[in-house]
Each structure stands twice: as structure tokens, then as C-alpha cells.
Design a binder for this molecule. Structure first.
Ligand SMILES: NC(=O)c1ccc[n+]([C@@H]2O[C@H](COP(=O)([O-])OP(=O)(O)OC[C@H]3O[C@@H](n4cnc5c(N)ncnc54)[C@H](O)[C@@H]3O)[C@@H](O)[C@H]2O)c1
Length: 404
């Protein structure tokens, strides 16, 4: 089986490697020359557990990389894993997909299977079907095959989850479904088929369900703080041996998927209040924490140590991380902000960032911080340093408190 993965970023590269590790002949195509150079040196351009070992053993054998689209189009099966961000007006930006689809047209040949794996708006497969049929002599389902197969992995666990998570194949004709199932059977034991629109919505609903749950958790955290209660103990006890499930833990809920995927839905539905409210709650948590800190101490001119820049723990991905919003808010208050991240390159050591800090904010719960432990930070920071620890890495009974 041969395939090309176009756009070998955080989603495309692990996918390409998973296929290559199972004996498929895989071409990874990208326009990012820096990425490609690193890959040619068998180095991963980002952190992904287990990926570098596969890269090292497959490169030049079952896995090759290229910046040439025509080279990639020589494969029978083409998977698109391009970025689909939102623009500055929060509208979905499909320019990467549109550009590649346009450039693919002269290289399309009878029998090609195209699988869209990027997260897209509902109705995209229908749109792409029309695009191909209007611009070529091919009919989708007869000459060219087209499916939407959403990616549902969690960054950092990609290699493990790619083999474990069930695959959803969405297509509007039987031959496209059959071809896409054959491809994914190389790496998955569970593959389910449905219509394209079902698969498109399934992906967005999965992420929004998670995002709304985090928003509820954050709202409960705010209420709990108003009563001087311990949200982490509440969540733990509420979930203990309770058969109908309890709330999730609070935290910074953002990142390259959860932050933006709601905007793929809200443009089409008349009542998007719940998704919009979740966005508002989650995006407001940084300024809520700053206000809570200010109820303990003025922050103008004070040294604030912010730990963690990535959007989640033990990751080097800073896209749509709420740490940046937090830092901006603090700087508008004329605080002196010092930042450390275990995985994102910065010049200052953890020790120098935390030394004599008036305020310590845990923005990402990296292992390094919990392993160092409360005493390490207490000794370095100023006496009475105010801590904002929405992740509860220090296991205290409050989110914002003074170090004792
Ligand atoms: N990151 C995640 O955890 C995750 C999980 C599930 C789904 N998704 C979805 O998967 C898609 C990809 O996300 P990502 O995080 O991998 O994005 P990414 O930005 O890391 O990867 C996209 C890649 O496409 C490349 N690219 C851009 N234009 C190109 C072109 N013309 N030709 C070839 N390559 C081109 C970029 O250089 C980049 O390497 C998005 O739709 C995202 O919403 C992401």
C-alpha cells in the first residue's frame, strides 16, 4: 500500500510515521523546508513520544519526505493534514486546503483516493466534490474517491493513540468508503463507516463536548473560590464511585483545536450560545486569575513568575495557549513578567525566573514544576508570595493563596 501525507505537521507527521512503521510506502510532503531538513537528519521538529525512533528506523526505507507536490501525487492514496486555523476575525481559514486542492488538479489521475483529515466545517466534502467535478473530467465515487477521516488523537500521545483509537471513515459513496477503510486497516483494528457529514460533525461535536465540559469545570472553580471552597476536593469526591460521572478539573482550556473548532460550527447554526459561552468562560480564566491575585496584592511593578507557555502540560506546542493572554493582561497592569517553560526555548533559568518573585502563576502543569515541589518554590520566591495554581500542582486547598 502506498500513500502520501500532505502537510506533515503535528497531525500529519505522526500519521505518516505510523503507516510507515506498518510497512506502507509513505511520502511525506510539506512546504516547510526547515521541518524537512530536520526530518532528513532524523530529528523530530516537535515533541511526540516514540516518534523519533520510528523516524530513525523508517527514513529512506518506507518513509521519504519531499517538498514536491507532483512527487507526492504519484501515490494512489493522498491524505491531507493541512492546517485549518481561524483568521483574525475568527472565521475558519481554509486557504491551505484550497491552495493544495487547486495545485493537485493537474496531477489527479483516475483511481486516486483523497482523504481529508484536517478538521473542517460541515459540508466540506460536498464542497470538495463539487470543486473536483467542476474543474476536472472526473466523477467522485467513480473515477476519484474522496473521504473525510477525522483525527482525534491527543498531541504527545499520537503514536500510541493512532494505533488504538477507532477510525471513523466518512464518505458519500460505497467505493470511497471501501478504499479508505482498506487504507486505515493498515494501522487500525477498528474502522467504522458513515456519511461524510456525520463524520465532519462527529469531529466538531467531540471537541466541543470536551471544551464545554472544561468551561463548566472552570465556572464551578470560580463559584467554589467565591465560597472559599476546595474545587479539587469537590471534583475528586464528586467523581468517586459515582456511576453517572462528575465534573472535570478546572484549568486553561485552549490550544490549536479546542480554541478554534467551535467557530467551524457557529457560523452555520442559529443558536450557538452554549459554544460561545464556553469560549467566553475559558478565555476569561487568565484575567479572572489576575483579578484574584490582585485581591491579595497589588501587582504594578511587582515581579510575576509565569511558569509554562505551552497550551498543555509537557508539550512544546504554544499555539493558542492562554499563557500569552495571561502575560499580556499582567503587562497591561505594568507588572514585571518573567517567563519559564521546560520545553519552549527561553533564555532564563527556572531559578532566576522564580527568585524573589512576588507572584507565581502556574500556567502549564509541566512535570518539572510538580517534581520540584512547593518547598523549592517557597524558598526561592519572596516571603508571602501569592500563588495562582489553577492546575493544583501543589495540592493546596485553594487556587489562589499566599505561600506560608
Ligand atoms: N494538533 C492536534 O492535536 C490536532 C488534533 C486533531 C486534529 N487536528 C487538525 O489537524 C489539522 C492539522 O493540524 P496540525 O496541528 O498538524 O497543524 P500544523 O500546522 O502542525 O501542520 C500543518 C502542516 O501543513 C503544512 N503546509 C501548509 N501549507 C502547505 C502546502 N501548501 N503544501 C504542503 N504542506 C503545507 C505546514 O507547513 C504544516 O507543517 C488541522 O485541521 C487541525 O485542526 C489537529
Amino acid at each position: 500500500m502506498n500513500l502520501s501525507v500532505i502537510g506533515i505537521g503535528r497531525v500529519g507527521l505522526p500519521l505518516a510515521l505510523a503507516f510507515a512503521s506498518r510497512g506502507a510506502s509513505v511520502t511525506g510532503m510539506d512546504i516547510n523546508e526547515k521541518f524537512l531538513q530536520m526530518l532528513k537528519e532524523k530529528k523530530m521538529p516537535f515533541i511526540e513520544d516514540g516518534a523519533e525512533a520510528i523516524l530513525s528506523s523508517t527514513l529512506g526505507k518506507s518513509f521519504t519526505v519531499t517538498s514536491s507536490l507532483s512527487e507526492a501525487m504519484k501515490s494512489d492514496n493522498i491524505i491531507l493534514t493541512l492546517g485549518t486555523p481561524v483568521d483574525q476575525h475568527m472565521n475558519p481559514d481554509f486557504s491551505q486546503i484550497d491552495m493544495v486542492l487547486g495545485n493537485m488538479l493537474p496531477h489527479l489521475k483516475k483511481g486516486h483516493l483523497i482523504i481529508l483529515r484536517s478538521t473542517v466545517s460541515p459540508g466540506t466534502i460536498e464542497y470538495v466534490t463539487g470543486f473536483i467535478e467542476e474543474n476536472t473530467k472526473f466523477k467522485v465515487g467513480k473515477d476519484i474517491f474522496l473521504a473525510f477521516c477525522p483525527e482525534r488523537l491527543a498531541e504527545g500521545k499520537a503514536i500510541k493513540e493512532l494505533f488504538e483509537l477507532p477510525e471513523i471513515v466518512g464518505a458519500n459513496d460505497e467505493e470511497s468508503k471501501k478504499r479508505a477503510v482498506e487504507v486505515f486497516k493498515t494501522i487500525k483494528s477498528e474502522v467504522y463507516t458513515t456519511s461524510a457529514i456525520n463524520a465532519e460533525l462527529l469531529k466538531l461535536f467531540t471537541n466541543m463536548y470536551r471544551y464545554i465540559n472544561f468551561a463548566i469545570a472552570n465556572e464551578f472553580m470560580v463559584i467554589s473560590e467565591q465560597f472559599g471552597a476546595d474545587i479539587y476536593q469537590i471534583v475528586e469526591l464528586a467523581n468517586k464511585n459515582y456511576p453517572r460521572g462528575g465534573p472535570k478539573k478546572p484549568g486553561f482550556a485552549a490550544g490549536p483545536c479546542l480554541f478554534k473548532d467551535g467557530f467551524f460550527l457557529t457560523s452555520k447554526i442559529p443558536f450557538p450560545e452554549l459554544i460561545a459561552a464556553a469560549w467566553k468562560i475559558n478565555e476569561t480564566i487568565p484575567s479572572y486569575l489576575v483579578e484574584r491575585v490582585k485581591s491579595f496584592t497589588p501587582i504594578k511593578g511587582k515581579k510575576i513568575a509565569v511558569l509554562g507557555l505551552s497550551f498543555k502540560s509537557d508539550s512544546d506546542d504554544t499555539r493558542e495557549s492562554l499563557s500569552f493572554k495571561l502575560i499580556k493582561t499582567l503587562k497591561r497592569e505594568r507588572a514585571k513578567v518573567f517567563v519559564h517553560d521546560t520545553y519552549v526555548k527561553n533564555d532564563e533559568s527556572l531559578e532566576s525566573v522564580v527568585k524573589d518573585a512576588d507572584v507565581l502563576i502556574i500556567a502549564a502543569a509541566h512535570k518539572e514544576y510538580s517534581q520540584k515541589g512547593y518547598e523549592y518554590f517557597r524558598k526561592l520566591a519572596k516571603k508571602d508570595c501569592v500563588v495562582a495554581d489553577v492546575w493544583n500542582i501543589f495540592g493546596k486547598s485553594s487556587i489562589v493563596y499566599k505561600m506560608q
